[in-house]
Design a protein around this ligand. Structure first.
Ligand code: NAD
Ligand code: DAU
Length: 354
């Protein structure tokens, strides 16, 4: 068997960081299966596009024939499954694609992987892994004094996005329990870093602040998220893939709870420092807008298990990570111009005008 893993959704934010990191770290070859939705961007992978150990396959995880042929052709020892619709606000406006990809797509993938794995024998069958990348949002919302989510916190998804991810997690679990498929699941908190599509809080705020546009903070801005630098998340996934116990789930987080308003103020101050100054501090652009329906108040991850069992802890501090991130968005104008044309503008106009 070749040392070639299949990554789904590798043209997105986290998947592309994962591919670049993996190719740089060791001799792994990677096949990236991605549908290239609005969130998929092959520019993220320019550095490896001509690399012998990298192959891009344009396609849908729900296309079972395509997935079957790919598995037969490349005979991977592992799949890392990132592909998903990932934006909560879009799931509120139209959940269909979330069911199609996150639930039906994951199910289709699992069925094909189960058939492929069923035909493996000996050590190859024992060593095979299906790693499912999921989110802390499946656990619901915490009160201010609640302990952070652990791997045993009951699922309580609140948005259509979270419900679709919870459904996929349950299918992955069931395929292990029922069929013995060697699965691993990771549930991670909010990521930030290069290549994140600017519909999400941090890149949206960086670009609006750069351009002197209003900074739309939902509700009272007191919602709390646990922020993790994307490269730390990718290292955690690699650790789980290499050393995780089959059938287990691992919570991944930054030990870094912040209120949204504090994040936005930090971004304003960094953009003031690095970009061309405006007439007034960028904090004056902060505008409180109508809250997200069903907006979860607080997320926080207890990442003790992955540290204890696999020795992973985040390496980047929030202060250095957010500085790098702001700088990256300000220095990569072409990337930004590319992703903020066309359908992106339409999303921003529709979403923030109502
Ligand atoms: P993203 O939206 O940036 O990228 C998703 C990628 O999946 C895109 O390249 C897209 O083209 C591809 N894709 C979508 N539907 C597909 C389909 N049917 N077939 C093949 N490819 C398809 O997402 P992201 O932020 O990189 O998140 C990746 C994964 O990590 C998701 O499963 C998400 O739920 C999970 N996650 C994200 C975060 C976060 O903060 N961004 C945190 C925890 C977990
Ligand atoms: O927690 C992990 C999840 O983090 C991932 O599973 C999701 O894929 C990812 O999108 C992210 O979900 P969030 O909803 O937390 O991320 P988002 O960047 O959309 O919003 C972060 C917080 O900022 C949230 O409380 C809503 C708020 N917000 C967001 C936007 C886009 C604003 O106040 N204004 C905004 O314009």
């Amino acid at each position: 068997m070749e040392n070639t893993i299949i990554v789904t959704g590798g043209a997105g934010f986290i998947g592309s960081n994962f591919i670049l990191q993996s190719i740089e770290r060791d001799s792994t070859s990677i096949v990236n299966l991605d549908k290239l939705t609005y969130a998929g961007n092959l520019r993220n992978l320019e550095a490896v596009a001509n690399e012998r150990r990298y192959e891009f396959v344009h396609g849908d995880i729900a296309d079972r024939t395509l997935v079957r042929r790919l598995l037969e052709r490349r005979k991977p020892p592992a799949i890392v499954h990132f592909a998903a619709e990932s934006h909560v606000d879009r799931s509120i406006r139209g959940p269909d694609d979330f069911i199609r990809t996150n639930v039906d797509g994951t199910f289709a993938l699992l069925e094909e992987v189960r058939a492929y794995w069923g035909n493996l024998a000996g050590q190859e069958r024992i060593d095979f892994r299906f790693l499912h990348v999921s989110t802390d949002e499946v656990y619901g919302s915490l009160g201010p004094e609640d302990p952070p989510f652990s791997e045993t916190t009951p699922y309580s998804p609140n948005s259509p996005y979270a419900a679709s991810k919870a459904a996929s997690d349950h299918f992955v679990r069931a395929y292990h329990h029922t069929y013995g498929l060697p699965v691993l699941t990771t549930n991670c908190s909010n990521n930030y870093g290069r290549f994140q599509f600017p519909e999400k809080l941090i890149p949206l705020m960086i670009l609006n602040a750069r351009d002197g546009k209003p900074l739309p903070v939902y509700g009272d801005g007191q919602n709390v998220r646990d922020w993790l630098y994307v490269e730390d998340h990718c290292e955690a996934i690699a650790a789980v893939l290499a050393r995780g116990t089959v059938g287990q789930t691992y919570n991944i987080g930054g030990w870094n709870e912040r209120r949204n308003i504090d994040i936005v103020e930090t971004v304003c101050d960094l953009v003031d420092e690095i970009a061309v100054p405006l007439g007034a501090p960028r904090r004056t652009l902060i505008t409180f807008v109508k809250d997200r329906p069903g907006h979860d108040r607080r997320y926080a991850m207890d990442a003790t298990k992955i540290e204890r069992e696999l020795g992973w802890r985040p390496r980047e501090t929030f202060e250095s990570g957010i500085r790098k991130t702001v700088r990256w968005y300000l220095e990569n104008e072409e990337w930004v111009r590319d992703v903020t044309s066309g359908s992106y503008r339409q999303w921003i106009e529709t979403h923030y005008s109502s």
